[in-house]
Design a protein around this ligand. Structure first.
Ligand code: BGC
Length: 736
């Protein structure tokens, strides 16, 4: 019954779209393939004329709902065919209510929460008339210098796939037609995160095998989850910019994955093809992009200017255009825009409503990763403290805690750490605030002596350090990823004042903390936590909840180690902890081969400062009894892998239990570890739970030497634990 009606719907959609296309002239078709930037401007006569001429398929950057409705009205009532518009906006991690930046959300390892956050964002954005967001960003990010690591789910394809699919579901809801659902866009297809030296827009060179096994995985998951659209990357991938890359857009996306949504370029990225040096002129760029499978051009106007002429000259088949238009119209139909293109804001929840703020607070809380807690300094007890010094440039910066890509974020809703701490401890505890630095980049140390002196009088020193939001995000890359400005010096000054230092770092990327980590006694890494960041930080500092975040990216010891990621290959000369020599310990006249001849840096070894998956808790989790239900598994079978996890601490806490495997031999070499599952469990003190993962042999598939998916017989190692360095190990074999 259900199938019949689904089929009927497809048929009706196809009929509707086909009959509409049959009525369209070439210019109207091309109009659907153009997205124009209206940059928040009022409805000009020029825009009106373009809308009524049917020259526009979508607009970007208008969130005044009355104007959006008026723009829709002109498109629907004054154009010949009355086709409604897609209203696009970058709703990346919230709309008015801002959630943690995506890398922070990834640190929660909580798919349900990521979905709930996207739903909140969709509901708020839809209230402004937005029906299409450019998220999730699914670029695997192994380079913390890259500013857009902030927008990513980190370095691991499995985690990014799970969370990317969750975000798609949150935006799109049960049905795109539902009030409050908006279309998602999986971006930037593909390989964008591998920009050379972490410099945004720089060249990417990724071998096909790595592309398939790593970079494409989250996109495939998003497509499988029903992502309505895909955006091309700005990058030049192996010599062919992604916006003209038929291998990606036609072969992989459409032929191999059967993607039926549409592809949008990135901002001006069709126009960029000429600048890349791929085409000689804009007409050539329009041709390359359209032929490669870009259905809609964002911002630049090469489609508007040249597609008709390319068709007339016989260089481009009109069927390419018809297919693109059909895909775009199908989404408009799926969103219910032909029935009702207008937005009734009052029919949607208010901005910053309690539910939105609760989700933002929980997500921020679960995104924070505790990286150090010497002498169990944390949590603080508000009852025994008399005074707290709150120090640093990010303690009371309502805008900065929101992070990158917050066009619509309302910093008036922000609760800063200073505010939340004051509220939490009440009037009995003296809270003394010293900003000490004008910004995180400030190099002026004049105030430090006095701040150290004054702060040293308090019972405890809480430092709020990191990066302002402008230091990460698109085109905001850094070559040096230490704490900027004189922050490290501020840490040292305060430490010298004799009080334990609790640092909370707000940042858009992993930072190198080697130069301060020994001075800091306890450290919470809070990313840019969003609107409710202050409350979330206070929830953890005072022990109302235990930290539960786990790193979705490795933190390098030194920027020179980059890229450093847990799921690397073994190499023929892997290093080991006991066989590496530090540069300071090299004997004079040491012979060339005396240092071990393995893959490490003489000055920094080979390990990151903090590994992927790592994060401390106020509880103490112990792992035991790792076992597989069989030693041998046959193709098509499922293996049950379990371990006992106990909370040996004294408070209730959440642990993210992680399952890793290693495929020991492959026809292409396999990573030293691969995340294959994770589960968040909450345990009371003294409680033990057996956590079980079902691993199907399909989960062991990879792309082999001929770029085909393969599952190979052989030996596998298995680990379950609380980070990618989990030690509890067993194994199984896969037999034919
Ligand atoms: C970014 C995209 C974004 C688009 C629209 C581009 O510069 O790369 O991620 O969606 O602008 O604002």
């Amino acid at each position: 019954m259900e199938n019949t009606s689904a089929l009927q719907l497809v048929r009706e959609t196809d009929d509707f779209v086909a009959s509409l296309i049959a009525q369209m002239d070439l210019a109207e078709k091309i109009g659907q393939m153009c997205q124009i930037d209206v940059a928040g401007e009022a409805l000009s006569e020029e825009l009106k004329a373009r809308l009524s001429a049917g020259e526009v398929g979508s607009i970007i950057n208008q969130v005044d709902v009355e104007l959006v409705n008026e723009i829709q009205r002109v498109a629907v009532e004054e154009s010949r065919l009355g086709i409604p518009l897609l209203i696009g906006r970058d709703v990346i991690h919230g709309f008015k209510t801002v959630l943690p930046i995506p890398i922070g959300q990834a640190a929660s390892w909580n798919r349900d929460l990521v979905e709930a956050g996207a739903r909140i964002s969709a509901l708020e954005a839809a209230r402004a008339g937005v029906n299409w967001t450019f998220a999730p960003m699914l670029d695997i990010a192994r380079d913390p210098r890259w500013g857009r690591v902030a927008e990513s789910f980190g370095e691991d394809p499995f985690l990014a796939s799970v969370l990317g699919a969750a975000m798609v579901s949150g935006f799109q809801g049960q049905s795109l037609r539902d009030n409050g659902s908006i279309a998602a866009c999986a971006k930037h297809f593909a390989g964008y995160g591998a920009a050379e030296s972490g410099r945004d827009y720089a060249t990417t060179n990724i071998p096909e095998n790595e592309l398939r096994n790593v970079y494409l995985q989250p996109f495939h998951a998003a497509v499988t989850a029903g992502a309505a659209t895909v955006m091309t990357s700005f990058g030049d991938l192996n010599g062919i910019p992604c916006t003209a890359n038929g291998f990606l857009l036609r072969q992989i996306l459409r032929e191999e994955w059967g993607f039926s949504g549409f592809v949008v370029s990135d901002w001006d990225s069709v126009f960029h093809l000429k600048i890349h040096g791929l085409t000689a002129d804009d007409a050539g760029s329009a041709l390359e992009a359209a032929q490669a499978g870009v259905d809609m051009e964002m911002a630049s106007t090469t489609y508007k200017q040249y597609l008709a002429q390319l068709v007339e000259q016989g260089k481009l088949s009109e069927s390419v255009i018809d297919q693109a238009v059909a895909r775009i119209l199908r989404l408009k139909l799926a969103l219910g825009l032909f029935e009702n293109p207008y937005t009734e804001p009052e029919a949607l929840p208010a901005y910053g409503n309690t539910q939105a703020l609760d989700v933002a607070r929980q997500t921020a809380r679960e995104s924070i990763v505790m990286l150090k807690n010497a002498e169990t300094l944390l949590p603080l007890s508000a009852n025994t403290l008399r005074s707290i010094a709150v120090v640093g440039p990010l303690a009371d910066a309502p805008y900065e805690q929101l992070g990158t890509w917050i066009f619509d974020g309302d910093s008036a809703l922000s609760v800063t750490p200073l505010e939340a701490i004051r509220r939490r401890v009440g009037p009995e505890v003296e809270v003394n605030f010293f900003q000490a630095m004008a910004t995180s980049r400030d190099r002026n140390t004049d105030a430090f002596e006095a701040v150290a002196e004054a702060a040293g009088q308090s019972d405890v020193v809480l430092m709020f350090l990191g990066e302002e939001s402008i230091l990460s995000g698109e085109a905001h890359c850094r070559a040096d990823i230490n704490l900027p400005g004189a922050q490290a010096e501020l840490v040292r000054k305060l430490k010298a004042a004799g009080k334990p230092i609790i640092a909370v770092i707000l940042a858009g990327r992993p930072l190198t903390l080697t130069n301060v980590i020994d001075e800091i006694d306890a450290l919470l890494f809070a990313w840019h936590p969003g609107t409710m960041g202050g409350e979330a930080i206070s929830d953890l500092l005072f022990g109302d909840f235990s930290p539960s975040g786990k790193l979705p990216v490795s933190f390098p010891r030194h920027v020179g180690q980059v890229p450093v990621y847990y799921n690397h290959k073994n190499s023929g000369k892997p290093p080991s902890d006991d066989a590496i020599v530090h540069i300071d310990d090299i004997d004079a006249n040491a012979t060339q081969t005396s240092l071990g001849m393995t893959a490490f840096h003489l000055d920094e070894g080979f390990r990151p400062l903090f590994p992927f998956g790592f994060g401390l808790s106020y509880a103490d989790f112990a792992y035991a009894k790792l076992s597989c239900d069989k030693q041998q598994v046959r193709l098509g079978e499922t293996l049950r892998i379990s371990a006992e996890v106990s909370n040996q601490g004294s408070c209730k806490a959440i642990e993210t239990v992680q399952l890793y495997i290693r495929d020991l031999v492959g026809n292409v070499t396999r990573p030293v570890r691969e995340l294959k599952g994770f589960r968040r469990i909450e345990l009371e003190p003294g409680q033990t739970e057996t956590v079980t993962f079902d691993l199907h042999t399909d989960d062991l598939a990879f792309f082999g030497r001929d770029q085909q998916r393969v599952i190979e017989a052989g030996e596998f190692r298995v680990w379950i634990g609380g980070s990618s360095e989990a030690e509890l190990e067993t194994g199984f074999s896969l037999i034919d």
